[in-house]
Design a protein around this ligand. Sequence first.
Ligand code: NAD
Length: 416
Amino acid sequence: MSDEPNLFETVKKHICTCSLDLQLTPNVEALLKLPMRELHVSVPVRMDDGTIQAFKGFRVQYNDALGPTKGGIRYHSRQNIDTVRGLAALMTWKCALHNLPLGGAKGGVICDPKKLSRKELEMLSRAYIQAICQIIGPDRDIPAPDMYTDQDVMAWMMDQYSLFAGRTTFGVITGKPLSLQGSEGRLDATARGGWHVVGALARDRGLDLKGATVAVQGFGNVGSFAAVLGQELHGCRIVAVSDSSGGIFNAGGLDTRAVLAYKEKTGSVRDFPGSKNITNKELLELGVDILIPAAMEGVINQGNMDRIKAKVVAEFANGPVDNEADEHLRRQGIIVLPDFLCNAGGVIVSYFEMVQNTNLDHWDEQEIHERLEKKMIEAYNAVRDLVASDNVPWRQAAYAIAVSRVVSAMRLRGWV
Ligand code: NAD
């Protein structure tokens, strides 16, 4: 994937800017650009036809100055070690910005999950945990879902780790099913948290979300709930959504619950009755009030940045806007709400899941929703205030706050 976007390079450029802002020494800057630990593993799986296939997997623990590391596991064919490093770094800033007592990590297995049977998916998940079990644990590094890994995968992984530990260890993984000590409110947490940020921006700027037009790229965990909650909680008009096979458009607004049911039945949003098929490229270039990329990194880049017409781009995916496009959109007056501010709802509720697991407790959905909103708004307010006082872009402000917290912990611990 040589001409694919390199998320780690993107993140490192932001660290350079941040390092200047915070007047960090070159040594500290260099440390912030290096993952603390990474494990490269081969993940052997006996396929349904009896052959053995070895997949390549990674676990990157980026920085644990603020606490045990935490981050999702992605199954995707278009990723490499730099994707995982970039995602692990973003997890570090995300936990710091939202004041969680956690560091950042990420895992990935290079595979095409759509080509695996359910049995093969389970074997892959168990083999991956077998390969990384020595470096994870409830007070060490706690994985969670990401692209193409869901609560069933988390259940298998928790079970596999428990076999290794010799006791049931719910706290090693979050995003588990409710009946295995998962948390209420985890499924839609990322999208719900993202809307708290967009809603707060709208309130501050006097924008009315009711009837505002929205396009969402990606219709998985994050994107589908982004569309549904945007319509149901804020009264937005969701005019376009998409998945990996393409998108659909209806200027009058889509019935997002009906699209969800249709995708569950047919496997794709394409050809949804009453809508027009569009490409993912066309979706990104729609003249909407709010554009929510909720799929892959690097989708808004030098190739299409001139054609982005949204007023606000809310990054629910990790790294969807690359550095050149970020700067360009800012010059055009388009507000880009950065990924690790917007999409922290998942890790926040995952953290709530850890707290509940540790205390053998169970919080109801309303309590989760209230605690989530409080955390998201606290971080939003901190970033907004810095944007206003220092006249810097949203991403730069978010980096400054997050990185200064990580560096402060590193200093107090005597690392730098
Ligand atoms: P998912 O696997 O549930 O869904 C991914 C969606 O993206 C699917 O609808 C898929 O069809 C679509 N997609 C894949 N490739 C695409 C392409 N090239 N163009 C358009 N659509 C494409 O994954 P998810 O958990 O919803 O994650 C989406 C993004 O959100 C990722 O960047 C992930 O890192 C980020 N994220 C997820 C969480 C979480 O809690 N799941 C938390 C924070 C951030």
